[in-house]
Design a protein. Structure first.
Length: 201
């Protein structure tokens, strides 16, 4: 747990408490949290919620690894929401989203071919995505981008959630990705990892 600025959408740039849970069911080729398997501290839901509340921050980001691997994550989210906090859950979309309390904000990462896990997304999760949520595609090259556009066409997707494209750090520059987004004439958004730019967690 650390106090920081939200590095990516949907609440980019806002002060928050970042909670990184250990463990992931995927091993993306360009993962930037390869140490996520290590448990640094074990806390109960109440202990962690108490620490978060003690910071005085109103925004919480729960991420991983993959936070939904932890059975207690929905309970933690519910407790934080009851405290009146805003909660963002960052997930890879490979596990069911049905247990996430509806008032939480979801940032769902659809893995592209360069990740090595392009078949991991559960399309059954589409029905749990609402207008306050974000569907994100992290792309390393043009093939990833074109694949993402095809996937969006294939999805039976009725929500007006944000559709976001983010460049793989060190693989493609944001200007190039921005140009590709503009070519589509669609209201997609560009997300850049500002925490890496300014050098904070």
């Amino acid at each position: 747990m650390v106090e920081t600025l939200m590095g990516e959408l949907p609440e980019v740039g806002r002060p928050c408490v970042l909670v990184r849970l250990a463990g992931c069911n995927l091993a993306c080729k360009w993962c930037d949290t390869t140490d996520n398997k290590f448990v640094r501290e074990r806390l109960t839901v109440s202990e962690l919620a108490g620490r978060i509340r003690s910071t005085g921050r109103e925004l919480v980001m729960i991420t991983g690894g993959e936070p939904l691997l932890c059975e207690e994550t929905p309970e933690l989210i519910a407790e934080l929401l009851e405290m009146g906090l805003r909660v963002v859950v960052e997930t890879n979309g490979s596990l069911p989203l049905d247990k996430i309390p509806p008032d939480a904000i979801k940032s769902i990462d659809v893995k592209t071919p360069s990740s090595g896990h392009s078949e991991s997304f559960l399309e059954s999760n589409l029905k749990f995505i609402t207008s306050k949520d974000t569907l994100k595609f992290v792309v390393a090259n043009r093939d990833d981008f074109e694949w993402s556009l095809r996937r969006l066409d294939e999805f039976e997707f009725s929500s007006d959630a944000d559709i976001v494209f983010s460049p793989v750090w060190g693989e493609i520059d944001a200007k190039t990705l921005a140009e590709w987004i503009l070519e589509t004439k669609m209201p997609f958004r560009l997300s850049i990892q500002i925490h890496k730019i300014i050098g904070i967690k």
